[in-house]
Design a protein around this ligand. Structure first.
Ligand code: AR6
Length: 173
């Protein structure tokens, strides 16, 4: 299991994996943060395809091509806005990871990279979100043989350190 999960620091738009996940909003028509970076790097054809999808509810996921990105596909998921934990944010964030991984597996994707969904503009506490990301992913990989590698891309040192610490706790024997 440990060798199927990788934690790196960097820019997700540079990754040469089968699919990168976008932390989008429910319009799927672009925005700031990682969403803006993905649309800039993929080029205008990504927005064109996104316009045909009719948006995406919180916790669900939709797939498009990657266009000018090194990644072949983009899986767009919509994380919850943090409201103090009283709005089923944990469940919605869990669904983002589950549904993105399920969609990847259904599309025969072998390698997938995730940003820290909801932890930017949407304000989800980083440590709490990281625990969910790693737990849901390990649970999923235990029952799935299609996805060979999941990469968590941390934007900056603080996120990287948080992911590493929680990863080590999770895999302590
Ligand atoms: N590569 C990897 N991670 C990144 C990158 C990058 N190039 N850029 C930012 N991050 P956010 P959200 C990290 O705000 O909280 C958009 O406007 C960032 O440091 O992008 O889910 C959408 O359209 C943070 O850890 O997404 C929505 O309206 C993480 O990505 C809204 O923001 C997520 O931050 C979604 O908010």
């Amino acid at each position: 299991m440990k060798e199927r999960i990788e934690i790196v620091e960097g820019d997700i738009t540079k990754l040469k994996v089968d699919a990168i996940v976008n932390a989008a909003n429910s319009s799927l028509l672009g925005g700031g943060g990682v969403d803006g970076a993905i649309h800039r790097a993929a080029g205008p054809k990504l927005l064109e395809e996104c316009r045909t999808l009719g948006g995406c509810p919180t916790g669900e996921a939709k797939i498009t091509k990657g266009y000018n990105l090194p990644a072949k596909f983009v899986i767009h998921t919509v994380g919850p806005v943090w409201c103090g934990g009283y709005n089923k944010e944990d469940d919605f964030l869990s669904s983002c990871y589950k549904n993105s991984l399920k969609l990847a597996s259904e599309n025969n994707i072998k390698s997938i990279a995730f940003p820290a969904i909801s932890t930017g503009v949407y304000g989800f506490p980083l440590e709490r979100a990281t625990k969910i990301a790693l737990k849901i992913t390990t649970d999923f990989l235990m029952t799935d043989q299609t996805i060979e590698k999941v990469v968590f891309v941390c934007f900056g040192k603080i996120a990287y350190k948080t992911y590493k610490e929680i990863y080590d706790q999770l895999f302590v024997e």
